[in-house]
Design a protein around this ligand. Structure first.
Ligand code: AKG
Ligand code: FE2
Length: 397
């Protein structure tokens, strides 16, 4: 394991992180109870027509209460101890697997650079207009740089970086996704962006290897050892809500097209995840914890055992912008994603509203679809702008 991950274990030890395993076990029981009891315990907010008969609800609520079940609250989002994962603790791996399967979102304790990520976003968005113009994504052949997104899905500004590589002369369309970044004039910013990418990749490797081991596969089943990953770093600024008007969403409900995503956020809040079709729950902004969302690629690779968490953002503030920094942990573009394990009898978790997904859920469950080429799929999403299987179905290819 690399230096950043070793540092991480020291951080966790200092932070005095608790052993997550018993906590996760209790949480899983609570969650199970809450889900089974449906709207009775959750106080509404589920799909219309999804409730059980009132006799059934009462019985299930009573059963949940007997097990100590109660409604899943924000505080119940699992917290995973990175130091225990570094140490190879099997109970931490089990907690990681349970969180990734039952919720699709968890928070990781002991990430050393959480504050740096948000302050880096602050420094980049403070660049003057001329410097920002230099970073305009329109100047990049490789989808890097600054863009203002005001469309049906996004209301925010963002800056994209990835690993610095030379552009390829010719080849597959997806080769265009790799190439040089657009860099701000201050070299310190460039160093800090690259350090953040490297550190996040170390954490990504740790999580991918731990998840693979937790499901009984080889540690490299999700390419955790790959040195050639297509890791994307996005720094985001959400506008404050306009005075008097209706609240505007920052990003609509979606899943990430990644193995998994590490998400650093400031103290404003506004991120919500969908607890398996039941209700939206707030993900509190906790300075010492980093949010991790399982992405569509792990969901595909595991036949839906690991759950790509639908999530969305509304900046709750009328006076302050919100800053966040997702790092999308991906395979190399040349990688073909193969299924791991056997096809399970996947439970169905119906969506309460439309969720933007790159892969249709039917494809995740389709035994006839054995693999997925990441570069080709990523090109379709980014290069051809087919960012949602449903919304963009009729879009020209
Ligand atoms: O800003 C956030 O908290 C989430 C951003 C996000 O989900 C995304 O860009 O994919
Ligand atoms: Fe996302």
């Amino acid at each position: 394991m690399r230096a950043a991950v070793r540092d991480l274990s020291r951080e966790v030890a200092h932070a005095g992180a608790r052993d997550p395993a018993p906590r996760a076990g209790r949480r899983a029981a609570h969650r199970q109870g809450a889900l089974e009891a449906g709207q009775t315990l959750l106080g509404g907010g589920g799909r219309p027509g999804a409730g059980r008969s009132s006799r059934g609800r009462t019985r299930l609520a009573a059963a949940a209460a007997r097990r100590g079940g109660r409604c899943m609250t924000m505080a119940a989002l699992p917290v995973i101890d990175a130091a225990a994962l570094v140490a190879g603790d099997p109970s931490a791996r089990r907690a990681l697997h349970a969180a990734s399967r039952d919720v699709g979102t968890f928070r990781l304790a002991g990430m050393p650079f959480r504050r740096d990520a948000v302050s880096l976003a602050r420094r980049l968005f403070a660049l003057d207009a001329a410097a920002r113009q230099q970073l305009d994504i329109a100047r990049s052949a490789h989808f890097r740089g600054f863009s203002v997104m005001h469309n049906e899905r996004d209301w925010r500004e963002q800056i994209h970086f990835a690993r610095e590589r030379p552009a390829r002369a010719a080849g597959q369309p997806w080769h265009r996704l790799e190439g040089p970044n657009l860099w701000p004039p201050d070299p310190a910013l460039r160093c800090d962006v690259q350090a953040l990418l490297r550190g996040a990749e170390d954490i990504g490797r740790l999580l991918l290897a731990s998840l693979a081991q937790a499901i009984g596969a080889s540690p490299d089943a999700f390419g955790a050892a790959s040195d050639d990953a297509y890791t994307l770093l996005k720094l985001i600024r959400y506008h404050a809500q306009p005075d008097g008007g209706e609240r505007r969403r920052g990003v609509a409900a979606h899943c990430d097209f990644s193995w998994l995503t590490l998400l650093f956020q400031d103290d404003i809040g506004g991120l919500q995840v969908l607890d398996r079709g039941v209700r939206w729950i707030d993900v509190p902004a906790a300075p010492e914890l980093v949010v991790v969302n399982i992405g569509e690629l792990l969901q595909f690779a595991t036949w839906g055992d690991l759950f790509a968490a639908p999530h969305r953002v509304v900046n709750p503030s009328r006076s302050r912008e919100r800053l966040s920094v997702p790092v999308f942990i991906n395979p190399p573009l040349a990688h073909t994603i193969r299924r791991v394990g056997r096809q399970p009898a996947a439970p169905s978790w119906p969506d309460p509203a439309h969720i933007h997904r790159v892969l249709p859920l039917a494809q995740v469950a389709d035994a006839g679809v054995e693999h997925l080429h990441f570069g080709a799929s990523e090109w379709r999403r980014k290069g051809e702008n087919i960012w949602c299987a449903e919304c963009c179905a009729a879009a020209p290819g």
